[in-house]
Design a protein around this ligand. Structure first.
Ligand SMILES: Cc1ncc(COP(=O)(O)O)c(C=O)c1O
Length: 478
């Protein structure tokens, strides 16, 4: 390909040829990904041997660069949207949103202020209103912002909570979260400069739920010591077990104590679209702020998180900064400049993928997919309970289940069981046929499956468990 010099441009024909190849590659991936091996493995040395080079001073053929990337880069990445990607929180994604992201990037739409793109701001307001309604938050007074992910949404929430409840002096401020809260909350608290003594990590009960009694005790003690309890972070769907904290009870405490209630629903929040999930998430509507994470269980591609707030003035009051170079574009009250509602000034147009995929599929299809995911985990629980080889450790909850290999009749110490289950996970991953890692619950090493891919079937799971059983049968080192 011949490139025009100094304008970083390709000719129209070159752009088309290049673009069609990219679309073809993505479509081929969507069409064949389920048959591929999901797990990518590569050492730093291997990656260096493929990619390490100085930034080239001279141009290469665009076609050669593209071919290299399609052959070597995308193939060396774990397929998080694969039906056998069970670990962490998978990213099932959807094609319509992928194309929406491509459009947003292609047109390079600035989604910071109203003036630069009234349509982008309006779509963010409209999709945010859809979410406010779904979560029964006040639609007129409430608001929110799309972020890069759940971590950024939690950070945005905690800084807002601090601004509203503490103003400028947060030297005595105390924040409460459970030992099952996601690490991004602790990270956010650290970023905000809180000292270790300002954080209360409250132990969960046997079911991994926030202990209300311990929370009440901690708040009361802190008040006696003249400290300032300002925020409780509850979780709607913990990463480890899918557990939902007692949201209504925490909300009540927070109301009585004038404490900000943030709910981290990054993992489980989307379950509100299913009938059973909605029941489990009761109380979520009482939060002052709520993180949901569309790039998880709302099936959006990375990166898309979201923070909803009961009162949008709280975001504005926290993040507005009006430098002289933005004074001409401030707009009026109804025309939101999202740079005033969060950390980023320049922002990509995230709302577009949410808008286009929900319009294309309808909420109904999302509801059906989420309901299927929850039921699949319940079917798996049933299957595991009836099997002589596996033991359920934490029951199916919002599409997450924890279990371990523990054959009946075999007397194995907890230490041995830990080693065996770690070994099974390592062997499954080494086979590259499924991504299944362990976690630790009550000190035990267990296998954890997160089943939010609507294309995953019970047979996909049985195939994966069969690898584990085969490993133990053939070459049992224990
Ligand atoms: C409960 C919870 N909160 C927050 C996060 C962080 O979200 P992200 O990875 O989108 O930053 C996660 C990620 O798994 C999560 O499960």
């Amino acid at each position: 390909m011949k490139k025009k010099s100094a304008t970083l441009q390709l000719s129209k024909e070159e752009m088309k040829a290049y673009g069609y190849q990219v679309v073809d590659a993505i479509v081929e991936h969507f069409d064949t990904q389920d048959q591929k091996l999901p797990v990518a493995i590569g050492t730093r040395k291997e990656m260096d041997s493929l990619f390490l080079e100085e930034a080239p001073e001279n141009p290469m053929e665009a076609q050669d660069v593209l071919d290299f990337v399609l052959k070597k880069v995308v193939t060396k990445s774990t397929i998080v949207s694969h039906p056998k990607a069970f670990s962490f929180v998978p990213g099932p994604s959807n094609y319509v949103s992928v194309m929406a992201d491509t459009l947003a990037t292609g047109f390079n739409i600035f989604s910071g202020g109203w003036a630069a793109s009234p349509a982008a701001a309006a779509l963010e307001i409209i999709t945010m209103n859809w979410l406010l309604k779904i979560y029964s938050f006040p639609v007129v007074k409430g608001g929110g912002i799309f972020t890069s992910g759940g971590s950024m949404a939690n950070l945005t929430a905690i800084v807002t909570a601090r601004r509203i409840k503490c103003g400028d002096d947060f030297s005595k401020a105390i924040i409460y979260l459970s030992d099952q809260a996601h690490s991004s909350n602790i990270k956010a608290i650290r970023i905000l400069g809180f000292r270790k003594e300002q954080i209360r990590v409250i132990p969960t009960n046997l079911e991994f739920k926030f202990s209300i009694n311990k929370l009440k005790n901690a708040i009361a003690k802190d008040r006696l010591e003249g400290l300032h309890p300002f925020c409780v972070v509850g979780t709607a769907g913990t990463t480890n077990t899918g557990t939902v904290d007692p949201l209504s009870e925490i909300a009540l405490i927070c109301k009585k104590e004038n404490i900000w209630f943030h709910v981290d629903g990054a993992y489980g929040g989307a379950a509100i679209l299913s009938r059973d999930g909605k029941k489990m998430l009761k109380g979520i509507e009482k939060a002052d702020s709520l993180t949901v994470d569309p790039h998880k269980w709302f099936y959006q591609p990375y990166e898309m998180g979201c923070l909803l707030v009961r009162n949008s003035a709280h975001l504005k009051g926290t993040f507005t900064a009006t430098p002289e170079y933005l004074k001409d574009v401030e707009g009026n009250k109804s025309e939101i400049n999202f740079y005033d509602h969060g950390v980023q000034l320049t922002r990509r147009f995230r709302a577009l993928k949410f808008y286009m995929s929900i319009k294309t599929f309808g909420l109904k299809e999302f509801r059906n997919a989420i309901t299927y995911n929850i039921k699949l985990a319940e079917q798996l629980e049933d299957y595991l309970r009836k099997s002589p080889s596996w033991e359920v450790i934490s029951p199916a909850t919002l599409a997450v289940i924890n279990f371990r290999y523990h054959p009946i009749g075999e007397k194995l110490s907890d230490k041995k069981l830990d080693e065996i289950n770690q070994y099974i996970s390592e062997k499954i991953i080494a086979s590259q046929k499924a991504l299944l890692v362990t976690t630790i619950l009550h000190g035990q090493i267990v296998l954890r499956m997160c089943l939010i891919n609507p294309r995953t079937t019970l047979n996909d799971i049985k195939d994966t468990l069969a690898i584990g059983l085969e490993v133990m049968k053939n070459k049992n080192p224990f």
